[in-house]
Design a protein around this ligand. Structure first.
Ligand code: MLT
Ligand code: ZN
Length: 463
């Protein structure tokens, strides 16, 4: 082992771009959680798979932990480097490598942004359908590492459904290729799927072939105001039965308050406790009439109190902003975040229990919820009151998360729907996964990363 690992890295890879300035360490050492103080050893920005492999071999030889890093828009601390790790940023590996019209696939490097993937797919008249608000800055490698979901899961599913093949550098530096773009491949274990959602603990994604699909049909966007919580799932059931939904998202009046304060435009007057933004295929007048009839039915039943149907692309974008702008509008408050899910059928009962729990446990604390209710996925953002110091606030939120985890367990839910476990939720992993399953995960990790150099401390405490 070298007494100066960084000097050894530079000796082995003189061409490698390495950053050590304090500003860079801070920038690359943290993600959107902002809870940990970044303290990486250095930042490496490889430009090729060969360089990634050489860095991983160096990390093994010099016993330095690596934190694979994409756009760092993660909300669970999965890309935080606070313990002298080397941040391995894939941001320079951001190109489209190939497109196949016959296979309908796009092969990309991991550092490409989701937006650039959307644009490249659109240039070929096709769609990569995973989509969410951080599209402009998150990277496809990070999306794969967390099995990112987002706003169109009810139509298209999670990232997992859209990966045709992966090239991965394992923890020993070996380059592995999984599935080779096959649609049908019934030949044993699917390691591609094992990599997706593994949060950088099994391997570093260095290339991905993405499946593409038809561009969506013309659509319409509607904003609905709802009088109470029970109406949420009633409206969802009605709309899903009658309209070809692309998205069905909800938020509360508190979320609306923040997003309006952040510059979004109010679209419905008056006070309403819940809102839904929904988008559905609307190809002709008939489907538009059906949408209005569905809306009227919901109003007659007392499930919807008001609504707006976007009349232009600009208005549709303004309605979407009310939902997609929430995370950004809350960011200055550095909220404590829960990202939970239950089966859609369990949502009504879970919502009641959860609301009672939050009201009881956070009597004087503002709690903002919103999310992908059509997938059974809720985002709970807890805002720290100014007079409560950060440590006491986090301790209180951790206590409530324990209770929430128990409630989720009773309802068969998950403590992380789409943000990953990272550092933020590793203490609660057992509420979602059996101890025997966690042991299996740790065993799998040993196979792919025998020395535990890939993102140690994320997902679970030891290697
Ligand atoms: C979103 O859906 O906007 C984010 O995943 C949620 C969050 O910021 O908690
Ligand atoms: Zn989300």
């Amino acid at each position: 082992m070298s007494p100066n690992p960084l000097a050894e890295l530079i000796r082995r890879l003189p061409e490698l771009r390495v950053l050590t300035e304090p500003g860079d360490l801070e920038h690359y050492g943290r993600d959107w959680t902002r809870r940990w103080t970044p303290a990486p050893l250095a930042i490496a920005l490889p430009a090729s798979i060969d360089e990634v492999q050489a860095i991983v071999r160096w990390a093994n030889d010099c016993n330095v932990a690596l934190v694979p890093s994409g756009g760092r828009t993660g909300l669970s601390g999965g890309a935080v480097a606070a313990n002298g790790e080397l941040v391995l940023s894939l941001e320079r590996m951001n190109r489209v490598l190939d497109f196949s019209a016959v296979d309908r696939t796009l092969t990309v490097q991991p550092g490409i942004t989701l937006q650039a993937v959307h644009d490249a797919s659109a240039e070929h008249g096709l769609l990569y359908p995973v989509d969410f608000a951080a599209r402009g800055s998150c990277s496809i490698g990070g999306n794969i590492a967390t099995n990112a979901g987002g706003i169109r899961v009810i139509r298209y599913g999670n990232t997992r459904e859209w990966i045709a093949s992966l090239k991965v550098v394992a923890g020993n530096g070996e380059l592995l290729e999984f599935n080779r773009g096959l649609i049908k491949n019934s030949s044993g274990y699917d390691f591609r799927q094992l990599m997706i959602g593994s949060e950088g603990t099994l391997g570093i994604v260095v290339e991905a072939t993405l499946k593409l699909t038809d561009r969506p049909l013309p659509s319409q966007v509607m904003l609905l105001a709802l009088p109470d919580m029970d109406a949420l799932m009633q409206v969802f059931a009605l709309f899903r039965a009658q309209l070809p939904l692309q998205a069905f998202e909800f938020f509360t009046d508190r979320a609306l308050h923040h997003v309006l304060a952040h510059g979004a435009q109010r679209a419905i007057d008056g006070e309403h406790p819940y809102y839904v933004v929904t988008e559905f295929d609307a190809v002709d007048e008939k489907t538009q009439e059906l949408a209005l009839a569905t809306f009227e039915q919901a109003v007659e039943k007392g499930w919807v109190s008001d609504g707006v149907l976007a009349q232009s692309d600009a208005q549709a974008a303004a309605l979407w902003r009310l939902r997609e702008g929430i995370t950004e509008s809350l960011a200055p408050h550095r909220p404590y975040k829960n990202d939970v899910s239950v089966k859609v059928s369990a949502v009504p009962a879970f919502l009641h229990e959860m609301q009672a729990l939050l009201t009881h446990e956070y009597p004087h604390i503002e709690v903002v919820w919103f999310g992908h209710i059509g997938d059974g996925n809720l985002h709970i953002n807890v805002l720290r009151p100014e007079d409560l110091d950060e440590d006491a606030f986090i301790a209180q939120c951790e206590h409530v998360t324990k209770l929430l985890a128990a409630t989720l367990k009773n309802h068969g839910g998950s403590i992380s729907a789409e943000h990953g476990i990272g550092l933020v939720k590793r203490a609660y992993l057992e509420s979602t996964r059996d101890p025997s399953e966690i042991l299996l995960m740790k065993g799998v990790r040993k196979v792919f990363d025998p020395r535990g150099i890939l993102n140690p401390g994320k997902l679970f405490t030891d290697g």
